[in-house]
Structures are given as C-alpha cells and as structure tokens.
Design a protein around this ligand. Structure first.
Ligand SMILES: Cc1cc2nc3c(=O)[nH]c(=O)nc-3n(C[C@H](O)[C@H](O)[C@H](O)COP(=O)(O)OP(=O)(O)OC[C@H]3O[C@@H](n4cnc5c(N)ncnc54)[C@H](O)[C@@H]3O)c2cc1C
Length: 279
C-alpha cells in the first residue's frame, strides 16, 4: 500500500519543529528515522496531513557524559549509539541492548528519540530507560520539561508527550564501579522484536545487591517493573524472585500469556546471574 497524501516541511531548529507541532497538533507527525512511521503511513494506520522532518536539526544527535549523567540526543541513530565510546564506557546496559534492535540497516536510520517516543511495548530502549531510572527531556512551546521514565510510558504506544511536544533528549545516571546491569531477550530470530525481554540494573552492596530495577518488555502495554522480584533479588533469592513474578501478560501474535510468563522466569534467572556475577 501507499500512504495517504501528506504535506512535508523540514524543520531546521528545535524551536521551529515545536512551533509547527503547536500549529498543526494532531494533524502533524514528526519524521525522525522513519523506521516505524513510514510503515504505519504505508499501512494507513496513521494519516497525518503534515510530516515535519526533524533530521536537519543540528546538535540533536549528541551523546555525552555531563557530570554524573549520560545524555543522548533524540536524533542519535541507533548505530551511532552502538559505536559510541561514551556509551561503551558509561552506559553498559544500553551497549548490551543495542545489537538486539532490528538489523544494521534499521539501526543506521532509527533514532533513540524515535524509539522512546514511539513506545513500542516490545522495544528494548523504553525498558532500558526505565531500568536506568532515566528521564525524558521534552521540548514544547513553553520550553523544556523533564519526565521520569517510570511516568513517561503511560499505555500502549501512549506516552506523557502532548501533541505540541517532542522528545529532545534522554538522560540517566552514568555507571560507576558499583553498577551492575543485566540484559536478555528471547526473539524468534536475531533482530526481531522480542517475545519477552528484560533490562535490569542494580548496585553492588558488599556481596549482595541493592536498588534492583527489573523492567520487562513484550509483556504488557508499557515496560513492566517486577517490584516483588526486585526485593527478592536484593536478598539474593533467585528462586523467590521467580516465584514472586507478578506479571500479567496477554496472548499476542508471538506467544500465549502462559508461554510469556514462563519465558519471563527463564530470563529473570539469566539476568539475575549477570547482576550477581558480572563478567
Ligand atoms: C524491520 C524492523 C525491525 C525493527 N526491530 C526493532 C526491534 O527489534 N526493536 C526496536 O526497539 N525497534 C525495532 N524497530 C524500530 C526501530 O527501532 C525504529 O527506529 C524506532 O522504533 C523508531 O525510531 P525512528 O527514528 O525510526 O522514528 P520514526 O519512525 O521516524 O517515528 C516513529 C514515531 O515517533 C515519533 N517521533 C520520532 N521522533 C520523535 C521525537 N524526537 N519526539 C517525538 N516524537 C517523535 C514520530 O512522529 C512517529 O510517530 C524495527 C523497525 C523495522 C522496520
């Protein structure tokens, strides 16, 4: 299929993009990497009157360590993040997740901000941002506001973004010597969206763990925290963490709820070992 007709405008600055969004609101869509948007246009799941191309906005693709935080600009391509020395040194969870996102051609175009804004429940990066207790830096007509990742992902493809706002960057604490991360996903083929996945962070605490954060993806409408399992894992109790998994997945095209729940337990054991015995 072909998309419905649309007008096209190229924004040169963040201010210009936001002004166009404020003017056209729900009639407009931002075009970043186009890896999800173009498919939805072609299938006519979305028929915006205007596409606002943000690819020409300079300075929106930065990846930097700023004090104790890592900041990734919305237009940073997945491939750029994957190869970034800043990410390799200070964001090991993101580094582990990146190769699982689609294939090289998709990673060459797809953007970090696009993935966060699109909020696919089976996507890796929203879950990573929740596990990292990160925040989304949002640009709107009245300036910038920050929303914690836990509050940003509100429902199925639904975020805290208002129609006249866009993601400008994401930010999270840089890893330190006590940081532990874990990542695992099950997909039918490498590069497919996950059937179930798990992104996790914790802090080493003597021989144990504290501040455990487990964010499952592919299991609900948004990234799902498994809070009872987090508490059990902080006590070193892997069997208890699996038994306490209070997830409520639904059947989808990939697997039944029962299979997903079983796989979530398998992934939790793998990730728990990564958190407890880092390589
Ligand atoms: C075959 C295939 C396999 C894929 N596999 C995976 C996978 O395994 N895991 C995964 O996570 N993703 C996967 N993707 C999706 C890919 O990661 C996309 O890049 C990503 O979902 C969207 O990023 P984008 O830059 O392409 O956004 P676009 O497609 O340009 O936009 C997506 C949506 O986000 C909005 N948007 C974009 N940027 C912003 C912004 N800065 N602020 C506000 N709104 C914005 C757009 O208006 C649009 O509604 C796959 C895609 C394909 C085609």
């Amino acid at each position: 299929m072909k998309p419905a007709p649309f007008a096209y405008q190229k924004a040169r600055t963040l201010k210009e993009a936001v002004a166009l969004l404020a003017k056209h609101k729900d009639d407009a869509r931002l075009l970043a990497g186009g890896q999800s948007l173009i498919a939805t246009l072609n299938m006519r799941l979305s028929q915006p009157a205007l596409l606002i191309d943000i690819n020409g906005i300079k300075g929106l693709d930065g990846i930097a360590k700023k004090g104790k935080f890592v900041e990734i600009g919305a237009l940073a391509r997945h491939a750029q993040v994957e190869r970034s020395p800043v990410i390799a040194a200070h964001a090991p969870l993101i580094a582990r997740a990146m190769p699982h996102i689609g294939h090289p051609a998709i990673r060459n175009r797809g953007t970090f901000g696009g993935s966060i804004a699109f909020a696919d429940p089976a996507a890796e990066l929203p879950a990573c941002l929740v596990a990292l207790d990160g925040e989304v830096d949002i640009a709107g007509p009245k300036g910038r506001r920050k929303v914690k990742a836990d509050a940003f992902f509100k429902g199925l493809f639904e975020t805290a973004l208002r129609p006249q706002e866009m993601v400008a960057a994401v930010r999270f604490a840089a890893a330190d010597k006590n940081s532990r991360v874990g990542f695992a996903e099950l997909a039918r083929r490498h590069g497919d969206y996950a059937i179930v996945g798990l992104a996790a962070t914790a802090k080493a605490d003597g021989k144990g763990l504290k501040d455990v954060r487990l964010a499952f993806f592919g299991i609900g409408a948004t990234p799902v925290r498994a809070r009872k399992s987090e508490t059990a894992l902080a006590k070193g109790d892997i069997d208890g963490a699996v038994a306490l998994l209070d997830l409520d997945p639904h059947d989808d095209v990939q697997a039944t709820a029962k299979v997903k729940k079983h796989l979530a337990g398998v992934l939790l054991r793998r990730v728990a070992r990564q958190l407890m015995a880092p390589s």
